[in-house]
Ligand binder design. Structure first.
Ligand SMILES: *Cc1c(COP(=O)(O)O)cnc(C)c1O
Length: 488
């Protein structure tokens, strides 16, 4: 290249080299997933690797191939583990290969989904319409793809607050309100609901926590009593949150009863379906979710049980008008037109907090088309079956104990050979869990139920096989027996 031809941009200087590198990256990526089960599920980032990720900001260029080599050495070998068949921690999905490629193409197009007339807007609209369809929400409901369940809950509760306030909350805010608003959810509600309530300026004291029954679903009698007492005390109850799959045990509240009650009490009915909403795709789980279709808003996650690569969540709101009224703000420089690029028919920026938004719809659209929703349903159904399969292994083993009813795909259990105090069992099981991780056997997580430390598996994993659960059961008992000598 003649020196005079060079014009500096951020494009590759040598397109041929970049093309070759890109092909290599795709090959490596496909092999990585193809062979995922052969690698450790998790391992710590060694200190010498971490040190390489603490160097000062680079001001001068480095060849793309060298940057990629650095990625191969320092980053790729130390994943969180949730791509692996024996990862069952917190609540995550595995990702899909085609979804990852979709994310790549979305980045290539680099579309901004705030609004305008371009194909990506139609893709997100179609994905949102599919979600309404599978959840049986009305065709004219509104929706938005968001980063995840936390953002979906925040948006749903924001609409709830604005609709149910008896004044223009966008105009006056929450200054000097005569009757403090209250929101209800069970003690098993996810922490993102509290974060939302705090961010909405209501204060977490306004989130009135309702006790649960033995199966960890909301106690409806207690809820009714609380609402009545709160009204008498001068509060303004505005919303109840129903859980469609709690984070601890996968419990599903009686959504029909909550829908009914919300109607009688003039409350907004929001469903947190981050875990369970998409389980309607499984014939087995669908009946458990009856009543969700009556919600005023539903938060769901596609990066959990639908395995779309992070981040992908969705909020659906029954009233398009209420949704739009909460978020729409159109300055002159964003005026919606009927022709040209600003001639878009749907401006997603009118339905959420973000103006600039990525094209996360593409990976969802491509994954769903590639597999079909029935296959997603089968994967969800199989995970539920695997939870019960593992539950039986626990129940039939005298050295393990099931700690809660199995909700959807979540099993809470512990090593308990008998004769040990609860305190000892708590610390023994905690140590056992960390050794499962450190020995790269499997990655369950943990929770505490009624003061008892539990091992917990959340099987949102399309790669797990039944043998993986046999192995977990064997290893828990082996490690437990090994550790017990330190505790007796
Ligand atoms: C994970 C989860 C959330 C939060 O979703 P993110 O996608 O992590 O933001 C909310 N509610 C429940 C029940 C969850 O399991």
């Amino acid at each position: 290249m003649k020196k005079s031809d060079y014009y500096e941009t951020l494009d590759p200087v040598n397109w041929v080299e970049m093309r070759i590198l890109a092909h290599r990256m795709v090959d490596d990526a496909i092999t990585y997933i193809e062979q995922v089960a052969e690698r450790p599920v998790w391992r710590p980032v060694p200190n010498h690797i971490a040190a390489r990720l603490q160097t000062p900001a680079p001001y001068e260029p480095m060849a793309a191939a060298a940057v990629y080599n650095e990625f191969l050495e320092t980053i790729f070998p130390y994943p969180m583990g949730n791509v692996h068949p024996r990862f069952w921690s917190w609540y995550m999905g595995n990702g899909t290969v085609f979804g990852a490629l979709g994310d790549f193409l979305a980045a290539v197009m680099n579309s901004n989904l705030g609004g305008g007339h371009h194909a990506a807007i139609f893709v997100e609209e179609q994905v949102v319409n599919w979600m309404k369809e599978i959840l049986s929400l009305p065709k004219n409901a509104s929706g938005l793809l968001v980063s995840g369940g936390s953002m979906a809950n925040l948006i749903g509760l924001a609409v709830a607050r604005n609709v149910k306030a008896d004044f223009d909350i966008r105009e006056t805010g929450l200054q000097n309100i005569p009757h403090p608003m209250t929101i209800y959810a069970s003690s098993e509600v996810h922490s993102s609901a509290q974060k939302a309530v705090e961010l909405l300026g209501l204060g977490n004291k306004s989130l009135h926590i309702v006790p649960v029954k033995n199966d960890y679903t909301i106690d409806l009698d207690a809820l009714v009593a609380m609402i009545t007492a709160d009204r008498q005390a001068g509060f303004r109850p505005i919303c109840v949150i129903g859980n469609a799959g709690t984070i601890n045990t996968g419990a599903i509240d009686d959504l029909n009863a909550l829908a009914e009650l919300s109607k009688e009490e003039d409350l907004w009915f929001h469903v947190d379906g981050a875990i369970g909403a998409v389980a309607v795709l499984s014939e087995k789980a669908q009946p458990l979710l009856a009543g969700m279709e009556k919600a005023d808003s539903v938060a769901l996650d596609l990066h959990k049980w639908m395995h779309i690569p992070f981040e992908a969540g969705c909020i659906l709101v029954r009233s398009d008008d209420a949704h739009k009224k909460t978020f729409s703000l159109t300055p002159e420089y964003l005026a919606h037109e009927t022709r040209g690029l600003p001639g878009g028919h749907l401006w997603f920026a009118d339905y959420g907090i973000q103006l600039s938004r990525n094209f996360r719809a593409l990976k969802v659209w491509m994954s769903i088309k590639e597999h079909g929703l029935n296959r997603f349903g089968r994967m969800i159904g199989r995970n539920i079956e695997q939870a019960h399969y593992f539950g039986k292994l626990v129940e039939h083993d005298p050295e393990m104990e099931l700690m809660a009813p199995i909700g959807l795909d979540i099993v809470c259990f512990r090593f308990n050979p008998g004769g040990l105090s609860n305190d000892v069992l708590n610390s023994l099981n905690k140590e056992l869990l960390l050794q499962l991780h450190e020995q790269s056997i499997a990655v369950p997580s943990y929770t505490t139920l009624n003061g008892r430390y539990c091992l917990r598996i959340a099987i949102a994993n399309h790669r797990s096989r039944y043998e993986d659960f046999d192995l977990l059961a064997r290893e828990v008992v082996r490690l437990g027996r090994e550790l017990i000598t330190d505790y007796r």
